[in-house]
Each structure stands twice: as structure tokens, then as C-alpha cells.
Design a protein around this ligand. Structure first.
Ligand code: ATP
Ligand code: MG
Length: 255
């Protein structure tokens, strides 16, 4: 009788795994025998194990790549946020938002408040959750975003740049308000916001109340048009309190 499963030729196996681009399984061929014997798993279970191994490896690679592309200035997590210190935002509401329905629904999140109250931390924390769930995220400080759009003005590629930014599922724009915009920057920002409207999700942080946003734009009509679109489907969190950065100075010294 002709055997259908001949003994494996190791080189041929590696070449086959390479051709099928099964990079993660390719990393463990020497362990496979050991794992199979130790686990005493059924053949189908073992095949499932190998497939899962490859799938999980690919998910991890993609997550790492997406994390790099997101360009977070640092990693902050929702779990490391102290909701006792910052109690003007509900832990439950933020945990609900971490389920990320807002991304599928193309809703925006806006964190307002003075320096150090946790706006960027929460924005990055939610962005990080989105990366873990497989979404594409891009973090911009407002200044960098405006510079980026401005630099594409020279070769007439602003529209293309806006389209590239909008390829992400979630765009975080941090620190809106620390820098005012001239006419061109206001137009660019409007272009981005109006194209993102009802098609993408934005998380925006700002030290300014909406009433003060008029001062940021070249005209109050652009400010109104931007706010109208941003706020139509938005979760707004006005954060209050002292800066977390200087909290240690507020703790009374004990003997
Ligand atoms: N409630 C909190 N729990 C844990 N860490 C916090 C909390 N609030 C702020 N922090 C930490 O304090 C620092 C400042 O917070 P963050 O950068 O989020 O402030 P911000 O509101 O964005 O301020 P700014 O307007 O100056 O940018 C960060 O290192 C952040 O991780
Ligand atoms: Mg900040």
C-alpha cells in the first residue's frame, strides 16, 4: 500500500511554510514534536493549535505595527487612570467607551479642561484600546497636524494628505487651543473636520471652552462650522480639578 503521509523532509517543510507565509509556525518546527507528545492532543486539536498559533502571531504583529503607526507620544492605559483623583469623569462612562462602539458609530469624544487633568491620558488610553481591537489609529498634536497639512500646501497635496489621515478609523487631535490658526490653517482644519464628519471618529483634547474656540480660527464663522460638525455626534467631557502633575505638592507632609 502506498503511504499517503510520507515522513517529513525538514527542509521541504520549512520551504512549504515559507511559501505559505506561515511565519509564526515556521519559528517553532523543532518544538512541534515535543508539544504534540506532551499535550497528547487529538490530531484535529493539534491542527487547531497550530492554526491558532499562526493567527495569534499575525494579530500580534499587526497590533505592534498599528501601534507604531499610531505615533502615540507615550503609552497610557485606561486601567492606569486614577478615577478617584479625577472624579469629574465617570469611570463607568469611560469603560463603556472602551468598548469602542463610538468608532463604529463615527462619534467623537472631546476632553476639555486645564493642564494636567488627564485629557491626553484618556485620549491615548482609548486609542490604545482601539489598537488592541484592531483599529487603525493616528495621534496628532494639533501643532504637528497643522504643520503637516501646511507642508503639503507647497506641492498641492492637501486633499491627498487629508485622505491619508482619514484612512484611520480613529484620529486623535491633542492640544487644540494652545496655538491659533491663520486663514490657511483654519481652512485646512475645516477640510479635515468636514471630511471626517459622520465617516470617522475623532478624539479631541483642548484647554479652551467651546465659547473661546472663536479666537483660534481666522473667522468666527469657520469656528462655528467646525464646532457644529464636531459636536453633532459627540461625547463631551469637561474635566475639572487640579493638575495630576503637581499632585505630590498638594499632599500634606506627614512625619
Ligand atoms: N487621574 C489620573 N490618573 C493617573 N495619571 C494621571 C491622571 N491624570 C493625569 N495623569 C498623568 O499626569 C500627566 C499629565 O496628564 P495629561 O497629559 O493627560 O494632562 P492633560 O490634561 O493632557 O494636560 P495638558 O493640557 O497640559 O496637555 C500624565 O503623565 C498622565 O498620565
Ligand atoms: Mg495633554
Amino acid at each position: 500500500m502506498i503511504r499517503q503521509i510520507p515522513p517529513i523532509d525538514k527542509e521541504q517543510l520549512i520551504a512549504g511554510l515559507k511559501r505559505l507565509k506561515l511565519k509564526h509556525i515556521r519559528g517553532i518546527p523543532n518544538d512541534v514534536n515535543e508539544i504534540a507528545m506532551a499535550e497528547e492532543a487529538g490530531y484535529l486539536d493539534f491542527l487547531g493549535y497550530l492554526v491558532n498559533y499562526e493567527v495569534n502571531g499575525r494579530d500580534q504583529t499587526l497590533e505592534n505595527k498599528n501601534l507604531q503607526l499610531a505615533k502615540f507620544p507615550n503609552i497610557k492605559t485606561i486601567n492606569s487612570f486614577d478615577f478617584n483623583f479625577q472624579n469629574s469623569v465617570s469611570q463607568q462612562v469611560i469603560h463603556d467607551l472602551s468598548r469602542l462602539d463610538f468608532i463604529n458609530n463615527h462619534e467623537n469624544i472631546i476632553f476639555l479642561g486645564p493642564p494636567g487633568v488627564g485629557k491626553s491620558h484618556l485620549a491615548i488610553g482609548l486609542g490604545f484600546e482601539a489598537i488592541k481591537a484592531g483599529y487603525k489609529v493616528r495621534f496628532y498634536s494639533f501643532g504637528d497636524l497643522i504643520d503637516d497639512l501646511y507642508s503639503s500646501l507647497v506641492d498641492g497635496t492637501v486633499r491627498k494628505k487629508v485622505r491619508t489621515i482619514l484612512r484611520h478609523d480613529l484620529i486623535i487631535i491633542d492640544e487644540v487651543g494652545y496655538q491659533a490658526m491663520n486663514q490657511i490653517a483654519s481652512d485646512h482644519f475645516f477640510q479635515l473636520i468636514s471630511n471626517a464628519y459622520e465617516t470617522r471618529s475623532l478624539i479631541i483634547t483642548s484647554n479652551l471652552d467651546f465659547a473661546e474656540w472663536g479666537t483660534l480660527f481666522a473667522s468666527s464663522s469657520i469656528a462655528a462650522a467646525v464646532l457644529d460638525r464636531l459636536l453633532h455626534h459627540a461625547h463631551v467631557f469637561p474635566l475639572k480639578g487640579e493638575s495630576y502633575r503637581i499632585r505630590s505638592r498638594m499632599i500634606p507632609l506627614t512625619k
